[in-house]
Design a protein around this ligand. Structure first.
Ligand code: F6P
Length: 529
């Protein structure tokens, strides 16, 4: 029996077993958690037992996770469909140990760019610039936008704004509030060809010229495409480059993180990188069973591929991590939303799950109903800091923690019909009405969750968290036999949008389009002013 089949039959046998029962007479809370320094990953509230975990670890071993991890860190071309190495980890390799790509050590150039970014950031932070507008999309937006919000308490630089959508509303609403003379515009695009970003960049440049700013000094670019940034007219001194072996959704650690550095300063950014580096060191050195990315990934594989739960909810109990679910959507779904294995054959099983979520406690008053009582099981991934930054509002933080812990407890314990009946009887109900009302108050329970806990969301910790999720994607991708580092699935829509633009503008007929698309174009034409 292969290991996948073994895990599946194990799951069939235990699927109705109460998670709570697994704690009886054991140190499960300790044994089914892993720690890195002050960071705790608790997966004890899942149906994984010691045998299951050992099978999952074998799965990782069989898939060659350790060898492939070492190959990634060593600069091998593990992104085979694009012929590229995958080396975002080099961006946080602050001690500068050599990292070789095609026989060349890439570290001197990385550290040089980091130094230039630091000088530029200090110069801007000491200047009259009051606002920074980062224009980018996908990985050139989600990472820095998420990190700037997450690190609000450390933000002592200019205000940061993020424009991503090609919808003119986004840039119009952003620029309306700003003074062109004191705004720095950062054009963040790995390729410097992305239609949304280039359209917004041109609009921002026209706005700056019209409102008395100077694009020569007030524009910077973050890109792998030097020539294109020069064609756009950006001063090479204000261009911060990186190489194509940094994937867009893995790029916040380098130049794409410039807005984060402007917000919190080079020293804070350094701490963020150190956090990522600490997770790298742990991922490379820790035994699989003690390895946070490994165990987070194996819990993911268990829930998604073995138990068949098709989505996972990321639930940070931290208002400032409100954008983490959006960020992880790209990181996980663009990376592992694939149907073809490395060798070109179809995958024999489902790949990446739907990733979604929102900050607690808000989500509790929106979608948690379905997580608790809906017909589908949705594994929940909670994140919580022991401390908030608002020392004078510690009672808020106590409530936040209590709510976070209460949710995972409620998901696991549920509420049995007998208890619901007792509650209804205490309210004075009886007979059929008691029975009917009680059934609505039953919580099935036995719903899995994990919790990532840490002392405080500071730059170092945020770096650890992001690197943890990156490596989780890597491990899951290796086990699934897919390439987590390409994104061909976004191309077709881009091509069709290009072909549709002249049709939408009325310069070409819609005859080449399918009847539905042609009818929608005709509706738009009829109603477009
Ligand atoms: O369309 C997907 C994508 O290629 C992402 O992978 C990337 O993060 C985003 O577009 C933006 O790309 P760029 O940084 O080249 O503008």
């Amino acid at each position: 029996m292969d290991i996948w089949t073994k895990l599946k039959s194990r799951q069939d046998a235990i699927k109705d077993r109460p998670i709570l029962a697994l704690f009886e007479g054991t140190d499960r809370a300790e044994n089914f958690s892993a720690q890195l320094g002050d960071m705790l990953f608790d997966y004890s509230k899942t149906n994984i037992d010691a045998d299951t975990r050992s099978d999952l670890l074998h799965l990782a071993e069989d898939a060659g996770v350790a060898e492939k991890r070492d190959a990634m860190f060593a600069g091998a071309q593990i992104n085979a469909t694009e012929g590229r190495a995958v080396l975002h980890t080099a961006l946080r390799n602050l001690d500068g140990d050599p990292v070789m790509v095609d026989g060349v050590d890439v570290m001197p150039a990385i550290l040089d760019t980091l130094g230039r970014m630091g000088k530029f950031a200090n110069q801007i932070r000491e200047s009259d610039i009051t606002d920074v507008v980062n224009i980018g999309i996908g990985g050139s937006d989600l990472g820095p936008a998420m990190a700037v919000q997450a690190l609000g308490p450390y933000h002592d630089g200019p205000r940061c704004h993020f424009v991503s959508n090609v919808d003119g509303a986004h840039i119009a609403d952003t620029l309306r509030e700003l003074d062109a003379k004191t705004t720095l515009v950062i054009v963040a695009s790995k390729t410097f060809t992305t239609i949304e970003t280039m359209t917004n960049a041109r609009t921002a440049r026209a706005w700056m010229i019209d409102h008395g700013g100077d694009p020569k000094t007030q524009f910077a670019a973050l890109s792998t495409a030097d020539e294109k940034t020069a064609d756009f007219g950006i001063d090479p001194d204000q261009v911060f480059g990186f190489e194509d072996w940094v994937g867009g959704r893995y790029s916040v650690w380098g130049p794409i993180g410039l807005s984060v550095m402007l917000a919190i300063g080079p020293r804070g950014f350094n701490a963020f990188l150190r956090g990522g580096q600490a997770m790298d060191i742990h991922f490379r050195a820790a035994k699989p069973i003690e390895n946070l990315p490994m165990m987070l990934a194996l819990v993911g594989i268990w829930h998604n591929q073995i138990c068949g739960y098709t989505s996972r909810a990321v639930l940070p109990y931290d208002e400032r991590l409100g954008q983490l679910p959006n960020y992880l959507q790209q990181l996980e779904m663009e990376s592992n939303g694939k149907s073809v294995q490395m060798d070109g054959t179809d995958t024999p099983r489902d790949t990446g799950p739907v990733v979604w979520g929102a900050a607690g406690t808000n989500g509790q008053h929106a979608f948690y109903q379905l997580i608790h009582q809906g017909t589908r099981v949705i594994p929940a991934e909670f994140l919580i800091a022991a401390n908030g930054h608002e020392a004078d509002l510690a009672h808020h933080h106590s409530l936040l923690i209590a709510n976070c812990l209460a949710q995972s407890e409620a998901l696991m314990q549920g509420r049995h019909l007998d208890e619901a009946r007792r509650i209804m009887a205490a309210k004075g109900l009886s007979g059929d009405e008691l029975e009917r009302q009680a059934r609505h108050r039953v919580f099935p329970g036995n719903r899995p969750s994990t919790t990532l806990a840490y002392p405080l969301l500071d730059p170092f910790t945020l770096g650890q968290i992001i690197a943890l999720y990156e490596h989780r994607v890597f491990v899951e991708g290796v086990i699934l036999g897919i390439n987590s580092y390409d994104q061909w699935g976004v191309e077709l829509g881009k091509e069709l949008a290009t072909s549709l633009q002249p049709i939408v503008d009325g310069d070409q007929s819609a005859d080449s389009k399918d009847p539905s698309t042609a009818a929608l174009v005709s509706f738009i034409h009829k109603h477009r002013a």
